[in-house]
Design a protein around this ligand. Structure first.
Ligand code: UDP
Ligand code: MG
Length: 326
């Protein structure tokens, strides 16, 4: 574990980029990020030993071949490859944990050039001034579809209402010092939601605003199904409030059922018992529905406990180019 933390011109920067089937954008991304890193080195803002670390998240296309080729052409590029597709968050964690052993400071960004590379300067500036975590926050969501923009807005609202501390409109474009990453390594959870975990770490943090662009090429690797799964992971990993809502719901239904009992007793006394059929059927359905929903939510949490208790490794690196990179 590195314990020296340099903030000046001798600070080693690693840019971590998770890639899943990104053959269409990789060459362009590599070109642009190399230009940025080289110019930062020339301006003596970071060390010569700085690298760009690609994480191949079990791609089915030529992504890993391209990464190896880039590494052959220029040692500034390095990479690790996961044994299979483990999802964006796990791939990112694999990259961060690999990078922290060699770097003083790490910046994570997407492969599709949606994150503005030019914001790196401002991030490093804040790091130099003493920040351990710098969040890249989108200044607008113009480039997103109407659907994504609004679902994201609802998601952040729900997260906040449920008591989780998240930075609005911050995805995974972020700077973290080696100190912050060493702390992150202590978080043992399996259900990763990194953007919610960094605020938990603490340390001095800052925000840098940037304009989020359209994907440079290729399709989003986050279809609706994965996006919803990710949002649920975020909510259930950081809040137990859904469980409390069930308890409240249970109390309300109990009160309601006492009222129904009184009502049905009165009806019986009056002698009106047969006409209650519609009401009975309706309440059976309603209560059945609520019970099923509640069981479902409880089941989600039990599923999480199950996952956490197994303590399975979150990733497995099969190849590591960074060994011979320095
Ligand atoms: N990604 C990954 N593994 C996955 C899905 C995505 O490593 O299973 C990477 C992807 O290559 C990209 C980043 O995560 O660098 C963000 O994905 P994408 O741009 O498709 O998401 P969006 O911007 O549409 O939310
Ligand atoms: Mg993207």
């Amino acid at each position: 574990m590195r314990d020296v933390r340099k903030r000046g011109s001798e600070a080693i920067l690693y840019v971590v980029i998770p890639c899943f089937n990104e053959e269409e954008v990789l060459a362009e991304t590599a070109k642009r990020i190399l230009k940025k890193v080289d110019s930062l080195i020339q301006e003596r803002k970071i060390s010569q030993k700085s690298r760009v670390l690609f994480v191949n998240d079990g791609s089915k296309d030529n992504t890993w071949r391209i990464i190896k080729q880039l590494h052959r052409e220029n040692l500034r590029f390095t990479g690790i490859s996961l044994s299979r597709n483990r999802g964006h968050q796990n791939a990112l964690l694999a990259g961060l944990m690999t990078a922290k052993e060699k770097a003083d400071v790490v910046i994570s960004m997407d492969a599709d050039l949606q994150d503005d590379i030019e914001a790196i300067d401002a991030m490093l500036e804040k790091y130099r001034a003493g920040a351990d975590i710098v969040y890249g926050v989108r200044s607008s969501r113009e480039s997103d579809t109407w659907f994504k923009r609004n679902t994201a807005k609802i998601f952040y609202k729900i997260m906040r209402a449920l008591g989780a501390d998240v930075v609005d409109n911050h995805a995974d474009y972020r700077l973290a010092s080696c100190r912050a990453l060493n702390e992150l390594a202590n978080y043992q959870e399996v259900n990763l939601f990194l953007r919610g975990m960094f605020p938990l770490i603490g340390f001095k943090s800052e925000i840098v605003y940037y304009e989020r662009r359209e994907r440079f090429a290729g399709k989003s690797k986050y279809p609706l199904r994965k996006m919803l799964g990710f949002a649920w992971d975020g909510i259930s990993s950081f809040s137990v409030r859904p469980l409390r809502i069930i308890t409240t719901l249970g109390i309300l239904i109990t009160i309601l059922s006492i009222l129904v009992l009184i009502y049905s007793l009165v009806m019986k006394v009056i002698g009106n018992t047969v006409s209650g059929w519609t009401f009975t059927v309706c309440s059976i359905w309603l209560v059945g529905g609520i019970q099923t929903l509640s069981l479902g939510v409880i089941g989600e949490y039990i599923g999480k406990i199950y996952g956490e208790t197994k303590r399975r490794p979150k990733y497995c690196i099969v190849e590591d180019l960074s060994d011979d990179a320095i």
